[in-house]
Design a protein around this ligand. Structure first.
Ligand code: TRH
Length: 380
């Protein structure tokens, strides 16, 4: 008789942007391909999903994508048997009928809340603790993180080897870039820019345009385009647009699939990223980067920014530390960043080495999918 696969249900509500679906989609695929599990991914907004995975049928109630059983999370919940492991991503509220189905199981499922990523210290103390109970079913906190004692970061098997090979293969990089219509001038530094609206962008673009080194800036379609348009003095920027201002070439890219976005990050000398998932991918790229953190009420995101910086800058010389911290703080405050950028450039070799070292250090932790599977193993 074939062995029954452990069944996992992942629930995702798309609050806004692409982080919620970006993280759960990545996790679902990894649980299937690397851990041989049967995974259903319940999503309430297939349109956001379609941006990451264009083959999604946004009208289908059920469909298979990359061996993941993708389910439309309907407004009217239909009776469904509960899985062995249930993940509520980012504190989303499960349908009450599904919670009852969890209770009705002979053996209750392992129910976890997969939280947002934070480098704050309290995460270590809370990771894995019991949370609320629904009747007889206990929920647990599962926190991703950067330090020992957390659930780690999403990292696919062999990712860093693939990244290293690609970064060593100039021909492969050239072909990939050409495939996206990107043809940087020889010697130009390549930078990607994925960010929320930012009033500090103009000063950065000024700095790059006035630089002695050429820069080719790649901007995926999204929320920052309005600021780019204002600086260029144009309207209606869309994928394919290329504008040159002195030493700076600005090119707008389409939103691509996650694995292509990875390769784009791997090609670039510097990546501006945001939110949660692209932030982590920039770290696996092993290159210096700039994080635009997701804004939260009462500025609590600034504590998270500082917590990450505190960890990240360890091991850097004091001047390099100040340069990169100053750049990140100014960017997140929407302030002018030209001076911080110049200063950061002065410490480039050190920052490059550090980015790779940080990546290697992070890779020593078990990846998040493996940590979840281990958590389940210990629980049963
Ligand atoms: O889209 P985001 O701003 O998502 C945010 C954050 O996750 C935030 O913490 C959360 O609270 C909020 O959503 C609701 O940034 P993030 O997390 O980087 O997600 C973007 C996803 O899009 C990520 O999986 C990478 C992917 N992506 C592509 O696949 N192709 C692309 O071309 C680009 C630019 C991104």
């Amino acid at each position: 008789m074939p062995e029954m696969k452990t069944r996992w249900d992942i629930f995702c509500t798309v609050v806004d942007n692409f982080g919620d679906i970006g993280v759960t989609w990545r996790l679902a695929r990894q649980l299937v391909t690397e851990h041989g599990l049967a995974v259903r991914l319940w999503v309430d907004d297939l349109r956001a999903f379609e941006r990451l995975c264009p083959e999604i049928d946004i009208d289908a109630v059920q469909q298979w994508q990359h061996d993941v059983d993708v389910r439309q999370w309907p407004a009217e919940w239909q009776p469904t048997e509960a899985a062995d492991v249930v993940i509520a991503a980012f504190a989303c509220q499960l349908p009450s009928a599904y919670m009852d189905a969890m209770v009705e199981r002979e053996k209750p499922p392992l129910w976890m809340n997969l939280d947002y990523l934070s480098a704050e210290d309290w995460v270590i103390g809370c990771h894995g603790l019991p949370s609320v109970k629904y009747k007889s079913v206990q929920k647990f906190f599962f926190f991703p993180g950067f330090q020992k004692g957390t659930g780690g970061l999403l990292r696919e098997r062999g990712l860093l080897e693939r990244r290293r090979q690609f970064q060593q293969d100039l021909q492969a990089q050239r072909e990939f870039l050409q495939g996206m219509g990107i043809d940087p001038a020889p010697g130009a530094q390549l930078i990607s820019l994925f960010a929320y609206e930012n009033s500090g962008l103009a000063s950065w673009l000024d700095a790059m345009a006035g630089d002695s080194t050429a820069t080719h800036l790649l901007v995926p379609e999204g929320r920052i385009l309005g600021d780019v348009e204002r600086w260029l003095g144009v309207q209606g920027l869309a994928a394919g647009a290329v504008h040159v201002r002195d030493a700076l070439t600005v090119q707008v890219l389409p939103f691509v699939r996650q694995d292509q976005y990875d390769r784009l990050l791997w090609c670039c000398d510097f990546n501006a990223v945001r939110g949660e998932d692209s932030f982590v991918r920039a770290q696996w790229a092993g290159r210096p980067f700039l994080w635009h953190i997701y804004r939260q009420e009462e500025d609590i995101h600034l504590d998270k920014l500082e917590a990450f910086l505190e960890l990240y800058v360890k091991g850097l010389s004091a001047p390099a530390r100040e340069a990169i911290s100053g750049l990140w703080r100014a960017w997140n405050a929407g302030e002018k960043i030209a001076d911080h950028w110049q200063l950061t450039r002065k410490h480039w070799p050190e920052l490059e080495k550090h980015a790779e070292a940080w990546c290697q250090e992070q890779a020593l932790q078990a990846d998040l999918a493996t940590a979840l599977v281990q958590f389940y193993g210990n629980w049963i």
